[in-house]
Design a protein around this ligand. Structure first.
Ligand SMILES: C[S@@+](CC[C@H](N)C(=O)[O-])C[C@H]1O[C@@H](n2cnc3c(N)ncnc32)[C@H](O)[C@@H]1O
Length: 295
């Protein structure tokens, strides 16, 4: 599929400009702060290599490549010469310029739900996906999980880190501070997502989806917000909501009632978050392994 055909099929609810990329960097930092690792500790990453041996890690829906950039940063020089990192996204808009990428990092345009080019079948030791809650349509991540399975070598690992949008909530810091308008904004978010085919029940069933598609589940974690991340989380989700409001109202005003109403509600929510109302979602991480005897 050509880049142009990919972009025509693209129904992403966020923009891909510098602010959106900056939001992904902030979100990445929140993940790292909360988890303390990039690759789940149950996934073995080799320290020693035979001559010519390669270990390959893919990141599907890589955005600006911040996850793989961090993974590369954590590797030692020997690992960097044997571990190849490959990020895939339906759009190259947020990719860093090739001059600034590490030499073992490649970035390619690719539809995560489309057919997998032959050269990527059975090619990877680890496949990683993160923050696809607003990408998976029809409440079913099955086709993406099947694609990850196809891309993995026998015995390879699949790690999916997700923000569970079904748990998106607004919490007041005390009884005196109202969260009324922030909750209204979240109702508009949920209605808008539903209007474009995004439902979030699948996130709580992610481990079952892994099993259904042949993976042995190695770990399944759900983490609530931690108080030390509440400010960063609120800033991150406000940026996301503002951008989504812009994108969806420009696409079709009716998805979010009207541009004027959404913007008014957003400004009211800003008053409340300025007084300490916190926006947060739970994080979900599932790790699965492809059976070593499966091709
Ligand atoms: C919320 S961002 C997450 C980016 C990255 N995974 C991270 O955690 O920083 C979702 C990404 O999925 C990409 N995306 C949307 N639809 C896609 C598709 N069908 N195939 C591949 N990537 C897609 C978007 O372009 C965007 O970069």
């Amino acid at each position: 599929m050509t880049i142009q055909e990919n972009e025509e099929r693209d129904e992403y609810i966020f923009s891909r400009e510098f602010k959106d990329s900056a939001r992904l960097h902030l979100q990445h930092w929140m993940w790292k702060f909360r988890l303390g690792w990039s690759i789940h500790p149950a996934i073995p990453v080799p320290q020693f290599f035979k001559e010519g041996e390669l270990f390959r890690i893919a990141d599907i829906g890589t955005g600006n490549g911040c996850y793989l950039t961090e993974v590369n940063h954590e590797l030692n020089p020997l690992q960097r010469s044997h571990i190849h990192l490959h990020g895939f996204d339906i759009s190259s808009n947020q990719f860093p310029h090739p001059a600034w990428r590490p030499s073992n990092l490649r970035l390619s345009v690719f539809d995560a739900f489309g057919p997998i080019p032959d050269k990527y079948i059975g090619a990877f030791d680890i496949v990683h996906v993160r923050a696809f809650t607003c990408v998976v349509k029809g409440n079913d991540p099955g086709s993406l999980i099947t694609n990850a399975w196809k891309m993995l070598k026998p015995g390879g690992h699949f790690q999916w880190d997700e923000m569970d949008s079904a748990t998106f909530a607004a919490t007041s810091p005390n009884e005196e501070t109202s969260n009324h308008y922030t909750k209204l904004l979240l109702e508009k978010f949920q209605a808008g997502c539903k209007g474009v085919g995004l439902q979030f029940g699948w996130v709580s069933q992610l481990a079952e989806h892994f099993q259904k598609n042949g993976f042995a589940v190695r770990d399944s974690i759900r983490l609530p917000i931690s108080d030390e991340l509440r400010k960063a989380s609120t800033d991150n989700f406000l940026m996301g909501l503002e951008d989504m409001g812009k994108v969806l109202t420009e696409r079709d005003e009716r998805i979010l009632e009207s541009k004027r109403q959404f913007n008014e509600n957003f400004m009211q929510a800003l008053q409340e978050t300025g007084k300490g109302v916190s926006l947060h979602m739970e994080m979900v991480i599932v790790v699965g392994r492809k059976d070593p005897s499966e091709q």
